[in-house]
Design a protein around this ligand. Structure first.
Ligand SMILES: Cc1cc2nc3c(=O)[nH]c(=O)nc-3n(C[C@H](O)[C@H](O)[C@H](O)COP(=O)(O)O)c2cc1C
Length: 369
């Protein structure tokens, strides 16, 4: 296929000026879960992306698992996000919000009333989350022991997703991305390593898919499927997640998603931010795409993880529609321009990824060449 990264395209209702997508990137700069003017500046600087996916954004207080990450459940948060979407649109960009429930990847200090985080099963992850210390510095701490959700609590969480999706429309977003990846709540329900339930939401593949599919359905009903994408990471080990047999699980999931008319499917290939090929967790992503399309699925196929310009070109030739870049967007606000002219890419400073202010956030310059 003779596709270019720099041609305009569309995914459902999302019109994009190019095929380059800015990945969701948590930056922990939203004190009190409230989006700020600095965030608006940061996203507007990156508006030349065909599409921006915001940092993961909590759908409720219970959904939170990290210090100073934004939410979208309250009207004040919607007001804050309105500043972001207005700034991005004024700069000619498109932006969707990533809807997030962390499930067991949380800490009692971040939960309502200091309660235990919730999860499909009471299985603690061997993982870390971020708290901000009294000195204002981000620190990594072990996640807390979760409690298993009762089945009668699940409709309330589905409703929280739908509410957050409607809030996103009120905030001026072009759409929403459901965060189904990286070992958070929906991924925990999908995969055997975190889901040991014996009710209708655990056990068989169909049962493990039930809650995630209810969420997708509810979000589509809330805002229209043509404005909804979903992010999945079939074989990542991120946040201590594993499934005994991910290939048939994700093929079954995508067959179920095929008739819904989603805008895009967003696949993290391999270990998030790490190796793309995992010998102990093999996964055939092109086969997954073929299964989806054979089932009638028409959503744009978005790929992520360790993409270089060369790899991006290969993926486009193989039929990917959208290429999603993460870390390079942190340090290259004008990434699209740099890719176009072959300019060198600035390296991101890991020390300023999580928490802090403008340093390492809005102060990366555009290419001066
Ligand atoms: C600082 C940082 C924050 C991230 N936050 C999120 C997030 O909020 N949601 C998400 O789905 N992935 C998140 N990721 C993963 C990235 O979206 C992406 O999958 C990963 O960086 C691999 O892409 P890359 O090789 O282009 O950087 C984060 C990664 C980094 C480095």
């Amino acid at each position: 296929m003779n596709r270019s990264l720099f041609e305009s395209t569309r995914a459902g209702a999302l019109e994009m000026s190019n095929r380059v997508v800015m990945a969701p990137l948590t930056r922990n700069r939203a004190p009190g879960a409230q989006p700020t003017a600095l965030m608006a500046q940061y996203y507007a600087q990156r508006a030349s992306a065909g599409l921006i996916v915001t940092e993961a954004t909590a759908i409720s207080h219970q959904a939170q698992g990290y210090a100073d990450v934004p939410g979208i459940w309250s009207d004040a948060q919607v007001q804050g996000w309105r500043g972001v979407t207005d700034a991005v649109h004024a700069a000619g960009g498109r932006i969707v919000v990533q809807l997030w429930h962390v499930g067991r990847i949380s800490h009692v200090d971040l939960q309502p009333g200091g309660a235990a985080p919730v999860a499909p099963s009471a299985v603690r992850a061997n993982g870390k989350t971020v708290l901000i210390g009294a000195d204002g510095v981000a620190q990594f701490v072990d996640v807390s022991e979760p409690r298993a959700l009762r089945a009668d609590e699940l409709p309330g969480i589905v409703a929280d997703y739908a509410h957050a999706a409607r809030q996103a429309m009120a905030a001026g977003f072009d759409g929403v991305e459901i965060h189904g990846a990286n070992g958070y709540l929906l991924d925990q329900f999908l995969k055997t390593g975190a889901n040991q339930r014996t009710d209708a939401f655990g056990g068989s593949m169909a049962n493990r898919m039930r809650f995630p599919l209810q969420v997708v359905q509810a979000v589509c009903e809330a805002v229209g499927a043509e404005r909804v994408g979903i992010r999945l990471s079939p074989n990542t080990p991120a946040n201590d997640i594993v499934d005994a047999d991910p290939q048939p699980l994700f093929e079954a999931l995508l067959k179920a998603l095929a008739p819904l008319g989603l805008a895009y499917l967003h696949l993290i290939e391999g270990s998030t931010g790490g190796p793309r090929d995992l010998p102990d967790r093999p996964f055939d992503f092109w086969r997954l795409r073929d299964v989806y399309q054979a089932a009638g699925g028409k959503a744009a196929w978005m790929v992520n993880n360790g993409y270089t310009p060369e790899l991006a070109q290969q993926a486009l030739a193989q039929g990917a529609d959208l290429i999603c870049f993460g870390r390079s967007f942190i340090s290259n606000p004008d990434l699209v321009h740099r890719l176009k002219v072959g300019a060198p890419l600035a390296k991101a400073n890991r020390a300023t990824f999580y928490g802090g202010g403008a340093e390492g956030y809005t102060d990366y310059p555009a290419w001066q060449g």
